[in-house]
Design a protein around this ligand. Structure first.
Ligand code: HXC
Length: 510
């Protein structure tokens, strides 16, 4: 009996050794942890249950039958994060470069299927060289099966991808269909085709970092939702993110104890908006003062900074925040901001996370660059996302809400449940200068007349009261009581239920 137990232990030790000491050392030298070290950091201590550690590939081409490593380049299983179940797979770059074979794909599919049955989130840690070249179409088939499962799980369980090394070819499309992608600076990169192919096809010379490094995807392309300094920071931040997320689309949001009362008022908010309407202020200050203990997890913080998206909690329960950022481009809506906001709103709606929207928006960004890039369709995405959302929508207009952007940003007209404005709000078709120059064009040569017209326009329209008189704004609230008023609105809306018309699916302007 002892022999049998020893044999099991020996086989486990072999599997845990992955590609061997030399390759593990090379991994560490590059500043990367191994697949198993990453799992240890991500999950609660001692909670990891591994599946399929003895699985080996079945390939016999190119002498592969002589080279088998148990686990076949991916470590899979489940564990807990602060006591809540998550499934995961972690690519092992020390085994065939983490490349995907038929059996490697089957291991991933197994945890995808189990996560769906158990209705728990799934996290993929990527560090791999794409399809196992020796396996050809068997590997391609494996990718297809993984992709299909990503799509079936979309909107049912949260799916998170963390890119912690190379991620190219077939490996990029699975993350692309998950809810969030995060990257690690300097050690990770993502692209469909690498620098060599780029050079051959387009004659363009780029490094892997320039083509698909963490800063490219988190700030320029918007493919990634964030970038972290190293593996440790990335994994600890994933634990933090998971604490905000529901287990599935029917579980409701998690609830954590909080020491901060929702009755708290914050006098400093009364002076957040500067007297000069053209002076910016930081909308994140408002978010931080509204959420429990100032704990805000920003999504896509380096991309389209003119809109802020992320998760916080009010009264211990998760809330999604969407806010125009006056500090960047005066908070204007452009194509990137609209896409970023739309994707976030849709995630929250799919998982029953209430949305709080802070509005200070001068309108949509004018110009050929925006129009040629499809601003009409991109802006429509955000409008569509809000109009389609059935979760509680609480909106606070802090300052400008001009033109179409007023409608888009969770206005009453597209489904806002509780719409508040601060006394500093200006809700109008456009700002005073633009308005007066159009409707009093004949007076333009007369500065005195123009000044009088501008004052008249400002007095009449640049306030929250015209909208409040029509019931488009439910109340004009004191800035210092914003947390309390939002908390009460969310509590009142906790069991909101709205049925949408029956249909196969909508046709979002993609
Ligand atoms: C089999 C692979 C592999 C692969 C790497 N390895 N990629 N084995 N299939 N795709 C092995 C290497 O042979 C090596 O084995 C070990 O992994 C480490 O690789 P190195 O090249 O030594 O590491 P490094 O210099 O860090 O380079 C990493 C890399 C490079 C940039 C990822 O390995 C690379 O370019 N690999 C090929 C990438 C690729 O073209 N993949 C196919 C994409 S097409 P030893 O034994 O020496 O340690 C694709 C299509 C799918 O994915 C489409 C589906 C829709």
């Amino acid at each position: 009996m002892k022999d049998i137990l020893d044999r099991l232990e020996q086989r486990r030790t072999e599997a845990r050794a992955g590609g061997g000491d030399k390759r593990i050392e090379a991994q560490h030298k590059r500043g990367k942890l191994t697949a198993r070290e990453r799992i240890e950091l991500l999950l609660d201590k001692g909670s990891f249950e591994e599946f399929d550690m003895f699985v080996e590939h079945r390939s016999t081409d190119f002498g592969m039958e002589k080279s088998k490593i148990p686990g076949d380049g991916v470590v899979t299983g489940w564990g807990t994060v602060n006591g809540r179940t998550v499934y995961l797979f972690s690519k092992d770059f020390t085994v065939f470069g983490g490349s995907l074979s038929e059996t490697h794909a089957q291991k991933i599919m197994k945890v995808q299927d189990m996560a769906m049955k158990a209705r728990a989130p799934i996290i993929g840690l990527f560090d791999a060289g794409g399809a196992r070249i020796q396996e050809g179409v068997a590997a391609l088939g494996g990718y297809g099966e993984v992709f299909k499962r990503n799509v079936l799980a979309s909107g049912v369980i949260p799916q998170i991808s963390v890119i912690m090394g190379p991620c190219a070819g077939g490996d990029v499309y699975s993350p692309a269909m998950t809810d969030f992608i995060f990257m690690v600076r300097d050690t990770s990169y993502m692209f469909v085709t690498g620098p060599d192919v780029v050079k051959t096809v387009t004659n363009e010379v780029v490094t892997a970092e320039e083509l698909g490094g963490a800063s490219v995807h988190s700030a320029k392309s918007g493919v990634a939702d964030g970038a972290f300094e190293n593996d440790v920071e990335a994994l600890l931040q994933m634990r933090r993110l998971i604490d905000f997320l529901p287990a599935n689309n029917e579980s409701g949001v998690p609830e954590w104890p909080t020491a901060q009362s929702v009755e708290d008022i914050d006098e400093s908010l009364d002076t957040l908006v500067p007297d000069n309407p053209n002076k910016p202020y930081d909308i994140k200050e408002l978010i931080q003062k509204v959420v429990d203990e100032g704990d805000f997890f920003e999504i896509a913080g380096a991309y389209a900074k003119n809109i802020v998206t992320g998760f916080g909690r009010i009264a211990g329960r998760t809330v999604g925040f969407v806010a125009n950022q006056p500090l960047v481009l005066a908070g204007v809506l452009d194509s990137d901001a609209s896409r970023k906001g739309a994707r976030f709103v849709r995630f929250c709606d799919a998982f029953n996370i209430p949305i709080v929207t802070f509005v200070d928006v001068p309108g949509f960004l004018p110009g050929t660059a925006q129009e040629y890039n499809g601003l009409i369709k991109h802006g429509a995405k955000l409008l569509f996302a809000y109009s389609q959302a059935t979760v509680p929508l609480v909106t606070v207009i802090t300052r400008k809400a001009f033109g179409g952007a007023y409608d888009v940003m969770a206005s009453k007209h597209v489904g806002g449940d509780v719409n508040y404005a601060w006394p500093t709000a200006q809700i109008a078709v456009m700002g005073a200068k633009g308005a007066v120059e159009i409707i009093f064009r004949t007076d333009i040569g007369d500065p005195e007349k123009i000044a009088a017209r501008t004052k008249e326009y400002e007095d009449r329209f640049l306030s929250p009261f015209v909208a409040a008189e029509r019931g488009y704004i439910d109340d004009v609230i004191m800035p210092h009581s914003t947390r309390k008023r939002i908390a009460r609105a969310l509590a009142m809306l906790k069991d909101k239920h709205v049925e949408m018309p029956r249909r196969k699916h909508d046709n979002l302007p993609v």
